[in-house]
Design a protein around this ligand. Structure first.
Ligand SMILES: *Cc1c(COP(=O)(O)O)cnc(C)c1O
Length: 398
């Protein structure tokens, strides 16, 4: 009981893939050399491959918010009418950025735990045909809910607006057919599904978005998409790249390619599904039960108990770092992550820890009841896969 390993189990930063961490030690390189150009080119090409898109995929030294800022400042003009779909803290961030740049925002907000439904977006697009852009989170990390970006993308595609998707925790946790779903701009960040530390932000820019860039007149300097594309085509970044993180990214992408992106997504989906079952089995209530995403599962603290107590006990008893609710949800929910380098062994221990924490705080739970649900889910998934392998034409559902 004396040794407690720190386990980083949050939806960003996520646990680091060890070979990626080790690769960072080779960062005593100069970025304007043939060697580094090859590394950078390979990382961008692999990123494009795992995202399965023909869009231009660019990278900046920034946290994810940097490319959210870039999307607004490069693709819009002051006074442009835009729709922001907001279902939590990160949706609010889109509205804040758009307003900071003088865009005229129509806010479609959903209560925390709910999502903005496609019919609301369709109605708002009809009401304002001059709309230039629609902003959304594929996965709203503050609540664990997931938007139907496929249906909304098809609606936006019929208009002159571009669809700008913050997929920072959507990538690697849900299917995203960037080219065919009308996702004109898609944004990612290194510290989520990519299993490496914070500091790189990604942006996939499609042809409709580039067309917007032609007439956009907002000021920008560091985040210059056109300049960055020119640099990327030459195997370079416009400014000094975060070399250590690029080395880490290259290593992590090799691993993601080896697993296959669909398998990385399935991994998160399986962990999320098992987590939901385990949470209910220990008597807890899910926070976003109608549209649960697979990046993170938000769980309500038991009545009369502050979720901060649970978060603190995870850390003090076991060294496990999990997250509280954000903003108005602080103290009410806690969040267990599945995006990136998480496995079932992580989940079994998290649930076992949770059972102990609940009991220690006067919430009677049969020890092992949640863990058993997660174990059963795992066994069923393995069995379904084996059955699918011997039955031609059958598909695994787990
Ligand atoms: C993590 C995250 C961000 C980016 O936050 P940064 O702190 O700037 O990396 C944006 N949107 C969502 C949905 C996120 O999960």
């Amino acid at each position: 009981m004396h040794i407690k390993k720190q386990r980083l189990l949050t939806p960003g930063p996520t646990p680091i893939y060890p070979p990626a961490l080790h690769a960072m030690m080779a960062s005593d390189v100069h970025h304007r050399t043939e060697d580094f150009r090859n590394i950078y080119k390979a990382a961008l090409a692999d990123l494009k491959e795992v995202l399965a898109t023909s869009h231009d995929v660019l990278c900046f030294a920034a946290s994810g918010t940097g490319t959210m800022d870039a999307a607004v400042s490069n693709l819009f003009s002051r006074g442009d009418k835009v729709i922001v779909c907001s279902a939590g803290k990160f949706g609010e961030r889109w509205a804040e950025i758009a307003k900071a740049y003088g865009l005229e925002v129509t806010l479609l907000s959903a209560e925390y735990g709910q999502v903005v439904t496609p019919d609301r977006v369709e109605a708002a697009l009809k009401a304002e045909p001059a709309t230039r852009g629609v902003f959304i989170q594929a996965s709203e990390t503050s609540t664990g809910a997931q938007h139907d970006v496929r249906t909304i993308g098809a609606m936006v595609a019929k208009t002159d607006a571009i669809f700008v998707v913050d997929a920072i925790t959507g990538m690697g946790t849900m299917p995203l057919d960037i080219d065919n779903w009308g996702l004109d701009v898609v944004i990612g960040g290194s510290q989520k599904a990519f299993m490496i530390p914070p500091g790189l932000a990604f942006i996939a820019v499609g042809p409709k978005a580039w067309k917007h860039a032609e007439s956009a007149n907002l000021p920008h300097y560091y985040f210059n998409l056109k300049k960055e594309k020119k640099s990327a085509d030459a195997g370079e970044s416009s400014w000094t790249p975060a070399t250590s993180l690029i080395l880490a990214l290259g290593e992590a992408l090799k691993y993601i390619k080896k697993l296959g992106m669909p398998q990385v997504i399935e991994n998160a989906q399986q962990l999320a599904a098992a987590t939901r079952l385990a949470a209910v089995a220990v008597g807890l209530e899910l926070f976003a039960p109608d549209s649960p995403g697979s990046a993170v599962t938000a769980i309500k603290a038991p009545a009369g108990m502050d979720s901060g107590v649970i978060v603190k006990e995870f850390r003090t008893r076991f060294g496990s770092i999990v997250t509280n609710g954000q903003g108005s949800m602080k103290g009410k929910i806690f969040r267990l992550a599945h995006v990136g380098y998480f496995d079932f062994a992580d989940l079994f221990s998290i649930v076992a820890e949770l059972e102990i924490i609940l009991n220690a705080n006067g919430r009677k739970v049969t020890l092992g009841s949640g863990v058993a649900m997660a174990q059963k889910f795992y066994m069923d998934a393995v069995a379904a896969k084996a059955a699918a392998a011997v039955t031609p034409g059958a598909t695994a559902t787990a």
